[in-house]
Design a protein around this ligand. Structure first.
Ligand code: DX5
Ligand code: ZN
Length: 216
């Protein structure tokens, strides 16, 4: 099954970030997933612009940025200037989601909406056509290594049905608790982009683990 693999840098060794990114460059990962947190929308703070700028200098894979911040529309030009290709904003913080999506697209990036575990896929009924990707959270956003929420398979199945019924090619990305086994089940449910943090970066051999995820 053809799909895209996006390792989440949140679980990397931040003391040796350059080595971790070069490892991802050398792997068969398709994108690098970056988690940006503000301590307001989620109870954690991760990395900001100076770090992303340094990452962009070394990373040869497209950057897939997951914004867990309030007012994401404020920073769209900055993310574009940092070479971001896919920009994901949370449904839960966007009062004017349609406007934000078109600001992202007009800036030259692919636009994606993220849904928290409690947000039903049906809220996208009137915006699905405008999206390049939907990101389904299979944990509550904020931390790596959390317990996977089993109900997420059903959400992906329902979203896949909505997308196929309309003949769209919107990507479905899943994020949270994904490993080899759950990744396979998510692909069967209809996802086509897998994010994985802990499963990859805490593996004995991350390159080998990614190879297995891509081929098994
Ligand atoms: C959680 C982040 C994830 C996280 C996934 O808020 O959005 O991208 O890094 O980590 P794992 O795969 O360990 O659940
Ligand atoms: Zn993420």
């Amino acid at each position: 099954m053809s799909f895209l693999l996006a390792p989440s840098l949140l679980s990397a060794d931040f003391l040796h970030l350059e080595n971790e990114i070069k490892m991802v460059n050398a792997s068969n990962a398709d994108w690098l997933h970056l988690d940006i947190m503000d301590g307001v929308f989620v109870p954690n703070i991760s990395i900001g612009f100076p770090v992303i700028k340094s990452i962009y200098k070394v990373c040869t894979k497209p950057l897939d940025v997951h914004l867990m911040i309030v007012d994401p529309q404020k920073f769209i030009p900055e993310f574009r200037d940092l070479g971001v290709q896919y920009l994901s904003v949370h449904y839960e913080v966007c009062a004017h989601l349609h406007r934000t999506i078109y600001q992202i697209k007009d800036a030259g990036m692919k636009a994606s909406v993220v849904l928290n575990p409690h947000t039903p896929v049906e809220v996208l009924t009137d915006i699905l056509e405008d999206l390049d990707m939907v990101l389904i959270m299979s944990v509550d956003p904020g931390f790596g290594g959390q317990k996977f929420i089993e109900r997420s398979y059903d959400k992906v199945r329902r979203l896949r049905a909505m997308i196929d019924k309309r003949g769209l090619n919107t990507l479905i990305e899943v994020d949270g608790g994904i490993n080899l086994e759950r990744g396979k089940l998510m692909l069967e449910a209809g996802a086509n982009v897998l994010v994985a943090g802990n499963a990859i970066f805490k593996a004995d051999d991350p390159i080998q683990y990614m190879k297995q995820m891509k081929t098994e």
